[in-house]
Structures are given as structure tokens and as C-alpha cells.
Design a protein around this ligand. Structure first.
Ligand code: 5GP
Ligand code: ZN
Length: 114
């Protein structure tokens, strides 16, 4: 989508600190990190949110999770634990309408979320 910030990061129009790229997903550091490691893993295809993933697109989830797992190991946060989260819509706190998995770690994270 031409006016989507994360599509612009996928295309390279907007720069990002990328930590992973393959044919289906990219991952980059959040511009406003909430933990020592805060990476966003996103599909190259524009999908609005977790709620908009169709049955045909469901396999993207396993790939997002696999990439997040690999990054957690590379960032050496896996042994201590980390969080994967995706916000959906207004009440879920989603601010960018392009599916993204947050990978957060490097400190003890509070629960429940606010
Ligand atoms: P959401 O609130 O939709 O779950 O998460 C959107 C995330 O995108 C936020 O954590 C925000 O800091 C991050 N973000 C917003 N704009 C940019 C940007 O231009 N570059 C990067 N790297 N992250 C961004
Ligand atoms: Zn997009």
C-alpha cells in the first residue's frame, strides 16, 4: 500500500535498522524501543493486522514466529526469556496498520500489560 509506513520500509523508501530479510518477511529495530531488544518482524505483503490474515495467508505466522525465534537467539535473549506480541486495532493499541510481531527482551517485562 503506497501510504503505509511499513510498506515503505519494505520497499526501502523509508530507512530502517534491519536485522533480517528474506523473500517473505523483514525484521528491523523499533524506532522507539521499549526494551533493550525491540524488533518488529513483518510480512513483505501488506496485511492490515493479525485479524485480517486470511486462511490462505496463515502460513505467514509460522514464518514470523520462526524469524523472531532466530533473532531472539542471535540477540542472546532466548535463555532469559522474551515476549512476542501483536497488537490489533484501536483497543489492542495498534498504531501502524501493517501486521507486525513485536519481539521484546533484554529486561524483565511486566504482566499484565496496561
Ligand atoms: P503498534 O503500536 O502498531 O503495535 O507498533 C508500531 C510500532 O512501530 C511502535 O512500537 C513504533 O515505535 C514503531 N514505529 C513507528 N514508526 C516507526 C518507524 O518509522 N521506524 C521504525 N523502525 N519503527 C517505527
Ligand atoms: Zn503496509
Amino acid at each position: 500500500m503506497s501510504d503505509c509506513l511499513f510498506c515503505k520500509i519494505v520497499s526501502g523508501e523509508v530507512p530502517a535498522d534491519k536485522v533480517h530479510e528474506d523473500d517473505r518477511v523483514i525484521a528491523f529495530r523499533d524506532i522507539n524501543p521499549q526494551a533493550p531488544t525491540h524488533v518488529l518482524v513483518i510480512p513483505r505483503d501488506h496485511i492490515m493486522s493479525a485479524d485480517a490474515v486470511t486462511a490462505e495467508q496463515m502460513s505467514i505466522w509460522s514464518h514470523l514466529l520462526e524469524v523472531a525465534q532466530q533473532i531472539a537467539r542471535a540477540e542472546e535473549i532466548a535463555a532469559w526469556g522474551y515476549r512476542m506480541v501483536t497488537n490489533v486495532g484501536r483497543d489492542g493499541g495498534q498504531t501502524v496498520d501493517h501486521l507486525h510481531l513485536h519481539l521484546l527482551g533484554g529486561r524483565a517485562l511486566a504482566w499484565p500489560p496496561g
